[in-house]
Design a protein around this ligand. Structure first.
Ligand SMILES: Nc1ncnc2c1ncn2[C@@H]1O[C@H](COP(=O)(O)OP(=O)(O)OP(=O)(O)O)[C@@H](O)[C@H]1O
Length: 271
């Protein structure tokens, strides 16, 4: 608490042609693990892509690690200090895992004398050490995802952005990955977009819930769970409680929108 914000987003609007993916979003994050939740099409990937500096916003200000993403020089310096796992990523299929992760280490300007050890450590942390010299094209989908996580952490980023990191992982790998997340989140600011409430329950310190490009809820996982009320079942799990809270927060947000004057809604639909 009271740590300086490593992500400060104000009035962030992102458009894809006529679709408003993010609508004047304000969000501030400090070190810890932040779960980004929301229904399909809510704007999670659009937000992560702007934070990763791969997409430019239509308007708004984005400050990351104390630098302004709108400034070319600061953006280059910020990129060395962030890690990003996109929802889908391309790689040379003939590269080995080692070569793929080393290539990203080079892009991130990890010093040459430290790069080889950094690659081995990142690959080991995602449980792929025994496949480090296997070609990417021979890996299963879950293993490719883990190689993707390895490339995202190879430079020991201060800001780590993970878009659906657990998609395609088997249950054992998800458990291991959440333990890795908790470890990474002790020092870095980690943003995890996920559909799995179990990921949030097991690893996240707080939650940002996005719906139709605006923030519907922001708070701790316990605060989100409390919105769902008691189930009356003594064996109720934290995951169930958070799922109920998620649903309650979305409904409350939609009710608030519906209660606004018709004129205001009409103006917003034209934006
Ligand atoms: N390249 C694009 N062209 C047109 N519209 C897009 C594009 N990318 C996203 N959108 C639209 O922008 C909105 C936000 O999409 P985004 O991918 O950010 O949502 P999301 O929360 O990540 O969804 P999901 O959970 O399904 O991955 C949606 O209405 C989507 O249809």
């Amino acid at each position: 608490m009271n740590q300086p914000a490593t992500v400060a987003v104000t009035g962030l609007t992102v458009r894809h042609r006529r679709t408003v993916a993010l609508d004047a979003l304000d969000l501030s994050l400090s070190p810890g693990i932040h779960g980004l939740l929301g229904p399909n099409g809510a704007g999670k990937t659009s937000l992560i892509r702007v934070l990763a500096t791969v997409a430019a916003p239509a308007s708004g200000r984005v400050e990351l690690l104390g630098g302004d993403v709108g400034s070319h020089g600061e953006r280059t310096a910020i990129r060395r200090r962030l890690g990003y796992l996109p929802q889908e990523f391309g790689c040379y299929p003939a590269f080995t895992v080692r070569e793929f992760v080393a290539y990203v280490a080079w892009l991130k300007e990890v010093p040459a004398d430290r790069a080889a050890a950094a690659v081995e450590r990142a690959v080991e942390r995602v449980g792929l050490a025994d496949r480090i010299d296997a070609r990417m094209k021979t890996l299963s989908g879950g293993m490719v995802r883990r190689a993707g996580i390895a490339q995202a952490i190879v430079n020991e980023p201060e800001l780590l952005l993970l878009d659906e990191p657990t998609a395609g992982l088997d249950p054992e790998q998800r458990v291991d990955f959440r333990a890795l997340l908790r470890e990474l989140g002790t020092e870095a600011t980690v943003v995890v977009s996920t559909h799995l409430v179990e990921d949030v329950a097991a690893a996240c310190t707080d939650v940002a819930l996005i719906e139709s490009g605006v923030l519907a809820f922001r708070g701790t996982t316990a605060e989100l769970a409390a919105l769902g009320g008691e189930s009356g079942d003594p064996g109720d799990s934290t995951t169930n409680a958070i799922e109920r809270g998620y649903t309650a927060a979305l409904r409350a947000h939609r009710d608030r929108l519906a209660a606004r004057p018709a004129g205001q809604r009409a103006k917003e639909s034209l934006r």
